[in-house]
Design a protein around this ligand. Structure first.
Ligand code: 3UK
Length: 516
């Protein structure tokens, strides 16, 4: 699909996903269910218009960035679409990050305004105080302290707002993506990108329609969750359940039983944890589900089979990336090839190429390249990384794949050392650098190791300054140390003390030897 053939040159994507629902007569239909509240499509439009006006009053203009440290709550929906509607550029970021990460996002993006959910203020506060270009901070859903209250500003703002006359091809929002080395990259997405994902994957693979109700364990700040629970339902006037807390296996079953969604989105690690809940099929009513989706890391065929057997609903695996915005290879409901990533989503093309970019024959492993019109425009201020990633209309995802005789794509690992843990990126380099900050550690190397569900988790090989101190107590201390210093989900689940690390002649750690 090519957006330039279906969308006018002047196109503001907030009009498409927000205002169109009201214009087409769905103003009174439920859009979001949040705690004990429901927001209709008219309520969403009101919220978005007020948020857009509140940002305008703070001096946010065309192309200005707005950093969002927001839970899955009304402030996310209002700020994201309100910013886009005035032609500004919202940047939702991972709410599991630490203050140093937030400071980087604020300075790298030069955000003028930050919107922060109350419960996240304590962690964000030092970054908000230090950020070089930040002018205003709005706190939503909690005491604002020395900052402004998001609700107060919205209450006073007008509910009338005309969309800025943006181009379909100008930046609409960014998402940050981390790499194995270097700082996170701002992935710049254009106004037409969300439209493309909704018209292709959401409508043609999921068959999403107005009678659906979605629940996503993946949060809105992930590209995955942003589609699932954000713009996919808004594309068709469906309903979305927003859950602001951490997705735990039991609480997810409770949400499913309480809200009765027709579609559920999760990552393999969560499905494995939900399958470990005893008697879940008897204790919780999951009969509302017509389809479940897995993405973020490969879904082992075993999990696919067990989920269908226990809950009587299909779980389809698909691969997406932040750079492509959503899923571009996917299994089809009723025609899955378990263990594979499926076939290209309508509107996308995929090929497997060697290191020179030449297509390889079926069965041979190579680099995955994808073409489709939701691919990012570029990485913000990372020109070299952009050139290594984009090849004309194609993008190289950094994944190793082969295609079988029938055209199905099979994931064979990453081309770099990056790990996907519970669907979220973990850079071994960052974990290693954190471990060596501990006084007892001389050197460390981190690799992925499969757990009993065949899902990858970080494992650290550690060389101690005083090797005789090795033991369970120190291993526990090192895990706690990492959890305390960087985003907690990155901590090594296993620690093995070794006398030395395998290295090349130039001193580079040979992670492949440790993986073996
Ligand atoms: C890996 C998978 C095997 C793969 C995402 C759905 O995960 C998403 O985006 P990220 O930028 O990570 C992208 C990378 O994750 N991966 C994702 N899904 C699968 N590997 N099988 C899968 N099914 O390495 C890929 O390059 O965090 C997922 C929708 C939108 C997304 N952005």
């Amino acid at each position: 699909m090519n957006a330039s053939e279906v969308l006018p040159t002047q196109f503001n994507v907030a009009e498409h996903f927000v205002d169109r629902n009201v214009a087409e007569g769905r103003g009174a239909s439920t859009a979001f269910l949040y705690a004990d509240r429901t927001l209709t499509y008219a309520d969403v439009q009101d919220l978005v218009n007020r948020a857009g006006n509140a940002l305008l009053e703070l001096g946010v203009g065309l192309e200005d960035r707005v950093l969002m440290i927001c839970l899955d709550a009304p402030e996310f929906v209002g700020t994201f679409w309100g910013a886009i509607k005035i032609g500004a550029v919202p940047i939702p970021v991972n709410t599991l990050m630490r203050s140093a990460d937030y400071l980087y996002f604020l300075n790298d993006s030069r955000a003028k305004v930050a919107v922060v959910s109350g419960p996240l203020l304590a962690e964000a506060a030092p970054a908000l105080a230090e950020a070089r270009y930040l002018e205003h901070v709005l706190i939503a859903g909690g005491p604002a302290g020395r900052f402004m209250s998001w609700e107060d500003r919205l209450f006073r703002a007008s509910a009338q707002l005309a969309a800025a006359p943006t181009s379909r091809d100008e930046p609409a929002f960014w998402l940050y993506s981390s790499g194995s080395t270097g700082s996170p990259k701002g992935v710049v997405h254009l106004h037409h990108d969300m439209y493309v994902c909704a018209e292709t994957y959401a409508k043609q693979v999921l068959g999403l329609r107005a009678t659906d109700r979605v629940l996503s364990a993946a949060k809105l700040f992930f590209a995955y969750g942003l589609g699932n629970a954000g713009y996919f339902p808004m594309a068709v006037g469906a309903q979305s359940v927003l859950y602001p807390l951490r997705p735990q296996p039991e609480s997810m079953f409770e949400q499913i039983a309480r809200y009765r969604p027709t579609l559920f989105f999760g990552v393999p690690t969560l499905y494995a944890a939900m399958l470990a809940v005893k008697e879940a099929e008897r204790r919780f009513d999951t009969s509302s589900l017509r389809l479940c989706v897995s993405a973020g890391e490969a879904l082992p065929d075993e999990l696919y089979a067990r989920w269908r057997e226990r809950f009587g609903v299909e779980l389809i695996d698909g691969i997406g990336t932040t750079e492509i915005l959503h899923i571009f290879l996917s299994n089809r409901p009723g025609a899955a090839r378990p263990g594979s990533s499926g076939l290209p989503v309508p509107g996308y093309e995929a090929i497997v190429v060697d290191d020179e970019g030449r297509p390889v024959p079926p069965g041979e492993i190579g680099n995955l390249r994808v073409k489709g019109d939701s691919i990012m425009a570029y990485y913000w201020n990372k020109h070299e990384k952009t050139k290594e990633t984009l090849f004309g209309p194609w993008i190289q995802t950094g994944d190793k794949y082969f295609q079988d005789k029938d055209g199905y794509f099979w994931f064979c690992g990453r081309a770099d050392d990056m790990l996907k843990v519970g669907g979220i990126w973990v850079s071994p380099v960052e974990v290693e650098a954190t471990l060596v900050r501990h006084a007892a550690v001389l050197e460390a190397a981190v690799v992925g190791k499969e757990d009993t569900d065949r899902l990858v988790k970080p494992k650290a090989f550690v060389v101690l300054k005083e090797p005789w101190k090795a033991g369970d107590a120190l291993a526990g201390e090192l895990k706690a140390f990492v959890k305390d210093k960087i985003a907690p989900y990155k901590y090594p689940r296993w620690i093995e003390f070794v006398g030395e690390l395998p290295k090349t002649a130039t001193g580079k750690i040979q992670r492949f030897k440790l993986r073996a």
